[in-house]
Design a protein around this ligand. Structure first.
Ligand code: ADP
Ligand code: MG
Length: 658
């Protein structure tokens, strides 16, 4: 789940500005929302808080068939490509979404293409030695939509929100992002299709709730259960069937039409005619009230059908979707009665029988006012508008960090770096230091949670920054950056500022966390607030005392019996104070007061010793040492360790003596 990478020294030196979140550059009103669908794709805008609106081509069509032809030198996209599918089925790519982020071995469904993965990436041979990757094919579709938006906006697009199925894995999401980039789009973020549909209906304006999104498209059926909580949607469960959609209705109906026309072995032309007739009949039945519809066709006689006949044909398919809904609810642990709404998405939800069955299954009328073809693009457009920097009244939506993210420091204490409920994307930085001079490594232990001590939080990742120079306590400077991108991917980078040694790790903080768990963890932190506060004070007092002990004991051993520096009486007093300090450290019952009393006494008794060492360091400077060396010597002798440090100290790796 986490991958680490070590990078060499890197010349980039920065003056750390602790925990300063950075907002990215924005261009209000120039964000677009794209539904990159299997069958159709579309683009919508909702500039400056306006209602979302799907952009149309010169012929007034909003839906762009997701089909790209590579028959000619220049790719064609949409209807012109669809028209040439018969000419060269192997060079006209449709439903490319099924190939996104997939390897050759994962392509288990039938298709007319010649696939290869010689380069390690799935590619489609489109003739004359040309090969295209699914990412490039998708980029062609995105390019057309981007042009459409530019014409509408009368200028450049700033960025896009592109929707993906909720179940898309990291590789599929990355491929979609890449397609956007190749098309010249800044991808603000990817958005789950069901979440987009929920946003289109303004469901995020509710306080909280559970929603089901029923999406029946051309070739796929997706059911998602969403949980809304403080303006953020979380996908609780997804289900469905990647080989079930409106096209199956067409196929089933076409078979009936052919049988009725007594065509037992249809020619390809008859087959196509039947499919076209079936689709036309299906679509007519969802737009008129009549119980019998007919369409003119070539080569088939009986092309009328009754509503009951059609419904009987699709019944088994529709039943399958309902079963998948029950399954998804079960997986989400949600009862039908707990749902606050059901949303219809996808062209096939126009079929009245489908609406009826959904209503029956969920015990409520589904939300269907927004065109089911356009609803996902609407939601993407709303979010793109927000991310472009527009103000949208009444909309608070932006993903937030559900639990604080931080690092473990000495004493098992948590230093929070990104606080809970910060909006993402966000980046924050903080500088940490070393604890002892022996320390040549630091443990970067990434934690999530609200509690004060590391052991009470969730451990997300742990890595070591090695090869840092030996420096006096509190003098090392390790800058740690937490970067949480819009897709909630956290990248933690630690860099030692003197050598540039750097290492980073990527984690998905929400991975495997349910909403209930988040709620529980937050509530727990309230319950433990008092205990946590005192436990943290004790841990901090311990770390401080430990630092002072180290700062005294080292020089004490070095000076041996140089009486000028350390008269016997002083030594005895310091040793007594050290013993007391050791006892306080050893006693696990020591409270914060006892620990800081021991620290104050040790500091007090060792002050003259420190002063004499500082004096000596200064006179050494007179004897021809450089200013830098004197400063280093002074710093090394600086016993006021609480003042001298660069932030909290990080834990040394187990192998390091500290
Ligand atoms: P996808 O999300 O897979 O790109 P869409 O949401 O665009 O798919 O849905 C396409 C499907 O919707 C096609 O099977 C099409 O026949 C069907 N469809 C479109 N309009 C209607 C209608 N009026 N009645 C029934 N089905 C329709
Ligand atoms: Mg769709």
């Amino acid at each position: 789940m986490s991958k680490t990478s070590i990078e060499g020294a890197d010349a980039l030196f920065q003056i750390a500005e602790p925990t300063a979140p950075q907002a990215s550059q924005r261009a209000p009103g120039r964000g677009i929302g794209i539904d990159l669908g299997t069958t159709h794709s579309l683009v919508a805008i909702a500039p400056h808080g306006a209602a979302p609106r799907v952009l149309r081509d010169a012929e007034g069509r909003g839906l762009l068939p997701s089909i790209v032809s590579y028959i000619d030198e220049r790719p064609q996209v949409g209807d012109p490509a669809a028209a040439r599918q018969h000419e060269r089925p192997d060079r006209v790519i449709s439903s490319v979404k099924r190939f996104m982020g997939r390897g050759l071995a994962e392509v288990q469904f039938p298709h007319p293409y010649q696939l290869g993965d010689a380069t390690g990436v799935l590619r489609v041979a489109v003739g004359d030695g040309r090969e295209v990757s699914p990412v490039e094919v998708s980029a062609e579709i995105l390019r057309v939509l981007k042009l459409r938006a530019e014409a509408e906006l009368g200028g450049p697009v700033d960025g896009a929100v592109i929707t993906v199925p909720a179940y898309f894995d990291d590789a599929q999401r990355q491929a979609t992002r890449d397609a956007g980039r190749i098309a010249g789009l800044k991808v603000y973020r990817l958005l789950a299709e069901p979440t987009a549909a929920a946003l289109a209906y303004g469901l995020d304006r509710n306080e909280r709730g559970l929603f089901a999104i029923y999406d029946l498209g051309g070739g796929t059926f997706d059911i998602s259960v969403l949980h809304l909580h403080s303006g953020v949607f979380q996908v609780l469960a997804t289900g469905g069937d990647s080989a079930l959609g409106g096209d199956d209705f067409d196929r089933a109906l076409a078979a009936v039409l052919l049988a009725r026309a007594a065509v037992s072995t249809p020619t390809p032309a008859q087959h196509d005619a039947a499919r076209l007739a079936a689709r036309a009949l299906k679509e007519r039945l969802s737009s008129v009230e009549e119980d019998r519809v007919s369409v003119p066709t070539i080569g088939l006689h009986d092309v009328s059908i009754t509503r009951r006949e059609f419904e009987a044909v699709i019944e088994p398919l529709a039943q399958r979707t309902i079963r998948a809904c029950r399954q998804a609810l079960k997986e989400a642990g949600v009862a039908v009665a707990e749902l606050s709404g059901v949303v219809l998405v996808g062209g096939s939800t126009r079929v009245p029988r489908i609406r009826q069955m959904v209503e029956q299954a969920f015990g409520r009328a589904p939300l269907s006012d927004i065109d089911p073809d356009e609803v996902v693009a609407h939601g993407a457009a709303i979010q793109a508008d927000i991310l472009s920097g527009s103000e949208r009244p009444g909309v608070t939506l932006l993903d937030v960090v559900p639990l604080s993210l931080g690092l473990e420091t000495m004493g098992g204490i948590v230093e929070k770096i990104i606080p809970r409920n910060a909006t993402i994307p966000i980046s924050a930085r903080q500088v940490f230091t070393n604890y002892s001079e022996q320390q040549t490594g630091m443990v970067i232990h990434v934690l999530q949670g609200e509690r004060e001590l590391a052991r009470d939080n969730r451990s997300l990742a742990r890595f070591e920054l090695r090869g840092i120079p030996r420096l006096p306590p509190s003098m090392a400077r390790v800058e740690v950056t937490f970067q949480l991108d819009a897709d909630a991917l956290l990248t933690v980078t630690a860099r030692e500022l003197m050598t540039g040694v750097k290492q980073s790790v990527e984690v998905k903080p929400t991975h495997g966390l349910s909403v209930e768990e988040v709620d529980r963890l937050v509530l727990e932190s309230f319950d433990h607030a008092g205990d946590d506060y005192s436990a943290r004070s004790v841990a901090e007092a311990r770390v401080e005392l430990g630092r002072v002990i180290l700062a005294v004991r080292g020089p004490l051993a070095e000076v041996g019996h140089i009486e000028a520096l350390l008269p016997p009486d002083d030594r005895m007093a310091i040793e007594a104070a050290l013993r007391e300090a050791d006892d306080a450290m050893a006693d696990s019952d020591s409270d914060a007061d006892a620990l800081s009393r021991a620290r104050v006494r040790l500091e007090h008794t060792s002050e003259p010793f420190a002063a004499r060492r500082m004096q000596r360091a200064l006179s050494a400077g007179m004897a021809g040492k450089s200013l830098a060396e004197i400063e280093a010597a002074l710093a090394a002798d600086d016993l006021d360790v609480r003042r001298g440090g660069h932030g909290p100290a990080l834990v040394p790796p187990a192998a390091d003596g500290a």
